[in-house]
Ligand binder design. Structure first.
Ligand code: OAD
Length: 231
């Protein structure tokens, strides 16, 4: 399971550092505009924030951590990749079947009567808010705070906890239900390893916690498995 930390080395800021919100894009707490109430209170502000993020993500590339995870799929009998990230970088690195717990920032949904469930966004996002072909405003296709996660990805994530080895990579472990998955996996008998340069609330729950950057440790792990993701 990955979190924002795996994309940090691609240039996408994380939401938290040392457990506290990190200001980015001119926002003191970038998670506030990710609350579902913001959609009715100020949808333009929500879209300015998402449009800024889409612009940034569009300029970023998968890093060695994403590439190593994609390459590892051929080294294990089964590798399930569950991510809290909405940036799509795992897919761009070549991973397939990625379980996106929080949705994908390149998708939007219609807020009007047509209710189109999946409208693909392009860069730059315009107008703000962007509109569905039916003329109604769109909303970001990501799970916002105060919303329930979609059943499909949640079920797939729970199923993935039944494994031998569970890697928890680059997450602060404070957003539920994702933060519960490593513990659930341990209960199923998995060996749980955290990869994070910082200590997190998950550190004392896991079997092994490695203080490292995902973009350095994952290629090293892949090399131990006899693979490579480098040029
Ligand atoms: P956070 O931003 O909360 O945490 C990022 C974690 O990555 C921190 O623990 C960092 O120490 C770690 N980290 C930073 N650089 C790293 C690196 N190079 N390699 C490995 N780890 C590194 O991100 P998440 O836990 O993913 O939700 O946040 C969970 C959710 O909160 C996000 O999905 C998002 C956010 O609000 C929604 O948008 C719904």
């Amino acid at each position: 399971m990955t979190g924002a930390g795996i994309s940090a080395e691609s240039g996408i800021p994380t939401f938290r550092k040392n457990g506290r919100p990190v200001p980015w894009g001119g926002y003191d707490d970038p998670t506030t505009l990710s609350h579902v109430d913001s959609l009715s209170e100020d949808i333009e502000a929500v879209w300015r924030w998402f449009s800024y993020r889409i612009g940034l993500i569009g300029e970023c590339k998968p890093n060695a951590g994403h590439l190593a995870l994609a390459a590892m799929a051929t080294r294990f009998e089964r590798l399930n990749l569950v991510t809290q990230n909405v940036d799509g970088l795992h897919q761009r690195a070549g991973s397939s079947g990625v379980v996106e717990l929080h949705g994908n920032i390149w998708r939007a949904r219609c807020l009007g009567e047509c209710g189109a469930p999946e409208v693909l966004l392009e860069m730059p996002v315009a107008p703000i808010p962007p509109q569905c072909s039916c003329g109604s405003p769109l909303r970001p296709g990501v799970v916002m705070y105060g919303e329930v996660l979609e059943d499909g990805p949640v079920a797939a994530a729970h199923a993935a906890t039944k494994c031998d080895l569970f890697l928890v990579i680059g997450t602060s472990g404070v957003v539920w239900p994702a933060a519960l998955l490593p513990v659930e996996s341990k209960r199923h008998g998995a060996f749980v390893v955290e990869i994070n340069p910082e200590e997190t609330p998950l550190t004392e729950e896991v079997d092994l916690s490695i203080r490292a950057l995902a973009g350095e440790l994952l290629p090293a792990l892949l090399a131990q498995l006899g693979g490579s993701c480098g040029p």
